[in-house]
Design a protein around this ligand. Structure first.
Ligand code: ASP
Length: 410
């Protein structure tokens, strides 16, 4: 990467984000004894940036999915792409949980025996598996947007998109309107993304300032287990699927994904990373029609990193309480963690709330969440990174499979 001293050529956004990331780590380490300062005066700018990103995400998901559906002009085609996508998402998430459980079992011997006496954790309400299903369907037109319930926004976008297709020529003006609004919100997003280096710095610096020393503390082993599992999943599963099904060199894939990866790591929000993920994925050769459908869906329902985290934490909490899980319980964890990750919102900290559901499903004490809550953000940065990388791999794969299908037909 070249730094332009003369002339006015700007550093590419990816380089700017990377520099911001390094500066944030440096500044965070220096500010460790002034973590309050970082929290009170640096984090708010990160929050402003994240607010802007959240503001734009609702309209982006709504219009990009509508535009994606309309451009396919055929409900059957939407069903085909949707089917492939959901299948890939479910399979990779189940594999992710299994990898998480496997790695955590390998690390189990090294998990510290923490005192579990004074733990209290109040689980959030409504963490039953069927709630996930019921909550997908909106009961009114506005709340999905005002409350950023992305699954409901997706259902709305699909319904309206289908209606437009079914109306045919009568809805020509609506097609034009949806496409123009999609362009407008994309432009807004581009403007907001220009601020991402500042956002990354202001979000990450307070985290490093507050947690820098703690990482070397007693939770290092479980954090390490989670990160090893995240890495294994990315390097084995995504490399394999992207190269065999996606026809893309894995090195090229991860390299192209770097801006999105760095952004996800700093922001811990899949939904927030959506716009930048779309950019990277399209540059890597995914069809716009596919990525505008697959990525918003993935940012909402596909969370491989979250599933790994839930598997690792279940084993960790069990071993802290001196409980040994049976094979049947492990299988239950794979199933519930896959479901729980579907119900996890793509925002910071959401996966920890859904961990309660996973623990409850195998009778582990929910209070155990308090053991890992202190460093949740560190888990979250890695799991979000994996979550969005999984979404991108799916967009590449589905695009490639569709192209192949077309060629075979011709
Ligand atoms: N922060 C994660 C994401 O946005 C969700 C989670 O907390 O696991 O993907």
């Amino acid at each position: 990467m070249s730094t332009e001293t003369a002339g006015k050529k700007k550093l590419p956004l990816a380089a700017q984000i990377f520099i911001a990331l390094l500066l944030a780590i440096g500044a965070g380490l220096l500010l460790q004894s002034h973590a309050d300062f970082a929290n009170d005066y640096i984090k708010p700018f990160g929050t402003i940036f994240l607010n802007l990103v959240k503001f734009i995400v609702g309209p982006i998901v709504l219009f990009s999915i509508m535009a994606g559906v309309i451009s396919m002009r055929d409900i059957k085609r939407v069903g085909k792409i949707g089917g492939m996508t959901v299948l890939y998402y479910f399979l990779t998430t189940a594999v992710a949980t299994a990898i998480g459980l496997l790695v955590a079992n390998l690390f189990k011997g090294g998990f510290p025996a923490l005192s579990t006496e004074s733990l209290t954790y109040t689980a959030a309400e409504g963490s039953k598996p069927m709630d996930v299903l019921v909550n997908i369907f909106p009961s009114n037109f506005l709340t999905p947007i005002t409350e950023s319930s992305m699954l409901q926004v997706i259902v709305m976008a699909l319904l309206i998109g289908f209606a437009i297709i079914l109306l045919g020529e009568k809805a020509d003006k609506a097609v034009e309107g949806v496409n123009r609004w999609n362009d407008i919100f994309m432009k807004c997003m581009e403007m907001i993304l220009k601020l991402s280096p500042v956002g990354v710095f202001c979000l990450l610096c307070p985290v490093v300032a507050a947690n820098g020393a703690m990482i070397i503390g007693s939770l290092a082993k479980v954090l390490l287990a989670a990160y090893v599992a995240y890495l294994l999943h990315a390097l084995i599963v995504y490399s394999a699927t992207v190269s065999t099904l996606g026809g893309t060199n894995p090195v090229k894939f991860f390299k192209g994904m770097l801006p999105a990866i760095m952004f996800a790591f700093s922001s811990a929000s899949s939904v927030g990373t959506l716009p930048i993920n779309m950019n990277c994925t399209n540059k890597l050769g995914a069809d716009k029609e596919v990525s505008s459908f697959v990525l918003p869906l993935g940012a909402t329902i596909n969370m491989d990193g979250t599933a790994i985290y839930q598997g690792v934490c279940a084993i960790f909490i069990a071993s802290c309480y001196g409980i040994s899980l049976t094979a049947g319980q492990m299988l239950t964890i794979v199933l519930t963690a896959t479901l729980a990750s579907v119900g996890t919102a793509g925002v910071p900290g959401a996966g920890m709330v859904m961990l309660a559901m996973v623990l409850a499903s195998v009778g582990l004490p929910i209070d155990g969440i308090a053991l890992v809550a202190g460093v949740d953000r560190i888990f979250d940065m890695g799991r979000t990174t994996l979550n969005i990388t999984g979404d991108a791999s799916c967009a590449i794969i589905v695009s490639n499979l569709l192209r192949k299908g077309k060629k075979n037909k011709a």
